[in-house]
Design a protein around this ligand. Sequence first.
Ligand SMILES: [Zn+2]
Length: 262
Amino acid sequence: MLQCGMAALTLTHITHGLARAGRWSLDWLIPPQCLVCHGEVGEASGLCVTCWSKLSFIEAPFCDRLATPFPYEQGEGVVSAAALADPPLWDGARAAVIFDEAARVLVHALKYRDRHEAGLVMARLMLRAGGDLLRRADAVVPVPLYRWRLWRRRYNQSALLAQQICRAASKPFRPELLRRQRSTPSQTGLDHEERKRNMRNAFAVPDNCLGFVKGRSLVLIDDVRTTGATLEACAKVLKAAGAHRVDVLTFALVPKPKQLHI
Ligand SMILES: [Zn+2]
């Protein structure tokens, strides 16, 4: 048994050693590039200092329900006028950055260019932004993609982010708790009401997951929150299934969705 363990240890060392050597030789052949501007960076899977400084990080103080930044300190757990006037169907929200040009390049690198390293950077920032929500969570659920879209893209970017976050935060990754039961037309160019209509009955909690969802605190993960219609549709079915809390954590947040077409 001990021998077997030692053999495994040695094999692990060799594998790691080879992987490291492989990365070094690759770094030597192709120097690691910044995910946004493709300039040279010291470490693989990162951003250069210039691109890093261009990201608009959402720092406290911000609205506990919408994650929108406040211009000045208002105390912990304070909710914005917008959240009071039109409360979202989820409980708390956090986002790492404002969706601007620098954030868009990162999101698109993961979503459309298969750059999974972008997901590592995004997940790391989401972990920092959503630490308090994750601490009280029983499980983490990514926003699901419909079957054919998943087949076409080959992976779900939200699931990829959620997986990384769960690994780092030691939380259960439970993508099966939500199912996308129909395909929805593109949300691009639609306002909040149209997006809400578009998302009606799009998600469901499978019957065999109802027992788990009841009474649990869950964190929903998506890459970008635009009007929030998709996340609200997910939160709605999880709450209807008896979830105690549903919080949302996204990489980016679009502060004024009407001005952007994404
Ligand atoms: Zn750069």
